[in-house]
Ligand binder design. Structure first.
Ligand code: EPZ
Length: 431
């Protein structure tokens, strides 16, 4: 089994460049299924979720080709089937959005209930209800949703919760519907705005993205375009916290500050200097202690749920008691038991983790519980005394490409291998 080996204690310094956003890429890739012709996407990350979605595309007969390391050409002129392979769909969450894309374009589609991080029940009822409101007849047989519709018809959809995935899914489905669709109480994440920009670049007619009301005037056809995926705001937050927990000073290039504001403001509250320099963010340690802070996640523009786990790792070393309250998912604290193996003092009560800062963490063997929980363990390992071994890396690989090389470039003692010997003979302090 592959592991990541970290010997903590080195302040990270230098600069790194942030790559494309997993979540932005996956939504836009689903939307490319609406477009006959070759769409060119730039700044596409090569993580396992993107590669898995490409496998699904190949299975349904969509041709995709890497034109360079991060430039992807997708030709959805035709498909050979509108039935997505169950075992691939179940590996991730965002694959579900291809259901609405295939349905609105071809009138029929079958996609399994999706997988994704084990952070709660994560039903898809908002997605399915919205597709039904657009006129689709939806049935669920053996875990696979089958949809049929002659042509989707615009309507008024009010979401019970500003679900990012449901908003993206229904924007895609409504783009080729007959007439106007309004999605009320929709999500407003930067990825929602970028998806609207992509669809409009292909000839859609979408307004209001980034607010609670999105209006989609359906069109007959969309055309190929060239488009750039957003920088990954969650990777920006992750590497900012890596700099902070190690007492370092790191320049993060290709970071859109406005997409990361809540995390950066909390980092300042924790006592770090955060400098915004154009499309770069510098995180600098200026005091010996980490201030305890209180975090409450909420949909954008609130503090992102995807950053609570990584921020909690920093707070394990704060000078006092912090709290992290998770309002979006019902069980996103599984990682805390792994942080406790490193010496963290965390007590989870319902939707709140109470974190009592300790003087030091000490390296141990830990396992990723999910994508961002895994990132939290890496961050903690960078500060822990001695050797930390992290396994179950498949979770991490879904959303962090080149993490070890990025951290190595900042001075971290980190290797990836099947055992300590083959991990490049990492210098290991006495543990
Ligand atoms: C997207 O997931 C992201 N994933 C998640 O990031 C992120 O945590 C989430 O949005 C919130 O920002 C991708 O973009 C691939 P939701 P999504 O629909 O769309 C409930 C990461 O770490 N809900 O906004 O699945 C749901 O259970 C991942 O990169 C329903 O009840 O999130 C959750 O409690 C993790 N019914 C809440 O809404 C539905 O039909 C928010 O979910 C849909 C959602």
């Amino acid at each position: 089994m592959e592991k990541i080996f970290i010997v903590g204690g080195t302040p990270l310094t230098g600069e790194i460049e942030i790559g494309g956003s997993k979540n932005d890429t996956l939504a836009i890739m689903a939307a490319t299924l609406l477009v006959p012709g070759v769409t060119l996407l730039r700044n596409v990350p090569r993580n396992s979720d993107v590669l898995n979605l490409l496998e699904i595309f190949r299975h349904i007969g969509v041709h995709a080709q890497w034109r360079s390391d991060n430039c992807l050409a997708i030709d959805a002129s035709t498909v050979k089937t509108t039935e997505a392979p169950l075992e691939l769909v179940q590996k991730m969450r965002a694959s579900f959005n291809i259901l609405g894309a295939l349905l609105t374009r071809f009138g029929t589609a079958a996609v399994a209930m999706p997988g994704g991080c084990d952070i709660g029940a994560r039903p898809v009822n908002f997605h399915v209800r919205g597709l039904e409101q657009l006129g689709a007849v939806m049935t669920l047989e053996h875990g696979v949703y089958q949809g049929e519709v002659k042509r989707m018809t615009g309507t008024h959809i009010a979401l019970d919760f500003p679900s990012a995935g449901a908003t993206q899914h229904l924007m895609i489905a409504a783009s080729l519907a007959k007439g106007r669709t309004v999605i009320e109480n929709c999500a407003a994440e930067p990825e929602i705005v970028n998806l609207a920009d992509f669809l409009n670049a292909c000839g859609a007619d979408i307004t209001g993205a980034g607010t609670a009301f999105i209006t989609i005037n359906g069109v007959e056809k969309l055309n190929p375009c060239e488009f750039r995926v957003l920088p990954d705001r969650l990777q920006v937050g992750t590497y900012a916290l890596a700099a902070a927990i190690t007492g370092g000073d790191v320049m993060i290039r290709n970071a859109v500050y406005d997409h990361c504001r809540p995390v950066m403001m909390k980092l300042e509250e924790a006592g770090f200097l955060v400098l915004r320099e154009g499309n770069n963010i510098r995180v600098k340690t200026t005091q010996p202690k980490i201030n305890p802070v209180h975090i409450r996640t909420s949909p954008h523009p609130g503090f992102p749920t995807d950053m609570q786990q990584v921020f909690a790792a920093l707070l394990t070393l704060a000078d006092g008691v912090s709290t992290v309250t998770e309002t979006v998912y019902e069980s996103r604290f599984r990682y805390t038991t792994e942080l406790q193996k490193l010496g963290a003092e965390i007590n989870v009560e319902g939707r709140t983790a109470i974190i009592t800062g300790v003087k030091r963490l000490s390296g141990a063997n830990v396992s990723c519980t999910d994508l961002r929980g895994g990132a939290a363990l890496i961050i903690a390992g960078l500060a822990a005394d001695g050797l930390t071994q992290v396994d179950e890396l498949r979770h991490l690989d879904r959303g962090y490409d080149e993490m070890v090389s990025k951290l190595t470039g900042l001075g971290a003692h980190i290797e990836r291998g099947t055992d300590r010997i083959s991990a490049g003979g990492l210098r290991v302090c006495s543990v």
